[in-house]
Design a protein around this ligand. Sequence first.
Ligand code: GDP
Ligand code: IMO
Ligand code: MG
Length: 424
Amino acid sequence: MNSCIVGLQWGDEGKGKIVDILAGHSDIIVRYSGGANAGHTVVIDDNKFALHLLPSGSVRADTICVIANGVVVDPDILIEEIDTLAQKNISLNNRLFISENAHVVLDYHKTEDRLREESLGKNKLGTTIRGIGPCYADKVGRNYAIRMADLRDLEKLEAKLQKIVDYKNKIFAALYNAEPMNAGQIFEKCKFFSARLLGFTTNTTELLHKAIADGKSVLFEGAQGSLLDLDHGTFPYVTSSNSSSLGMSAGSGVPAGMVNKFFGVVKAYTTRVGAGPFPTEQTGEIGRSIRDKGNEYGTTTGRPRRCGWFDAVAVSYAATIGAIDSIALMHLDTLTGFKELKICGAYKIGQEQTTFFPTDLAKLSRAEAVYETVPGWDEDITGINEFHDLPANAQNYVCLIEDKTGKPVTIIGVGPKRSQTIFR
Ligand code: GDP
Ligand code: IMO
Ligand code: MG
């Protein structure tokens, strides 16, 4: 049994927690897209892990972890993560495998991300400044890209880096009047990356297909959310990879037909970090209250997340393109204490009403949410493990989400811990 877990909103849905839980039933966990822009939180007892590049299954000592070809690897951050886990006596030796085809994020990518965002002023995208867009741009452009396999031949790499840094410096000087970067310093860092990471680097496509043929079960861990997908999200306010489940095949070399189950993770409300349209956003007291109760601050950047009501139009769309079988609904506990709750079931755009999510920016920017209002609950639900023990209004809220999205909610989060989970 192979499965895939993706976020169905704009990221931070609680994927880390669900991957950690389902990793207990999987042999191999695979990250297939994005890079260190992701921040996946796993809470085990009193330990909180915030993982950016390592799959969330890495905290389980017996799990094989794969960083597949679709990921852009920032070696600085990956090495820091490996070392942090080692300090907690969790070793990645002999169980972490990085694709030789994965592209490498280097300092000039992060510099370019920052310079471009700064130059855009109020029109910036609000990226994580982790160099994600510039690295994927180099991948698509081909001539100036570095892959993990390039760390094997340091002589060739040194010459290639000189050429790339010369090229980047011309652009940085012309566009941003920026100080030149030093190719020698970047090469010295690459020598260190090579020494630390080559031992983990391999052909992960071969590894995954052999494992599947041997009957091993693989869990694919999506990063970001489906609405941040480069092709199917709210372009240009998206990330630079296919972050929906559609990116899984290209990002890992494993076709969707070999995956038995697709899980979609959503919050019981909606959040978004960075710029872009958000039809159910609540900028006043309601949004502040959700942010405070849900501790909605970015795992990677610490930025306050924009908060709003559950958007069934957006989630249904994401579930449709993602071939989602069932939904994990997180943070139901965060909604405790609201007198009433709203769910958006349609958009009004000009004179027209639609239930199909428009990805065209001009249309989406004009979309007004059409809400259904339901009563809330006051009882503390953070210790509940059975669906029928939830307050009736909480049960009804979950059922309304099922009704509006057309997907069954089979897992419910009532707190950050593993134990704070309801299975239906
Ligand atoms: P991810 O990027 O999808 O893995 O999500 P993040 O880790 O960025 O953000 C989710 C946050 O919500 C983390 O701090 C989790 O510990 C926390 N969390 C996950 N599920 C629940 C839940 O059901 N209730 C509450 N209160 N917190 C949760
Ligand atoms: P996880 O995996 C939430 C957002 C950024 C910005 C846009 C582009 O933790 O859910 P980028 O740095 O990718 O070029 O930024 O995408 N973004 C995320 N938002 N969760 C994430 O990851 C995100 N990764 C990128 O805030 O709006
Ligand atoms: Mg996150």
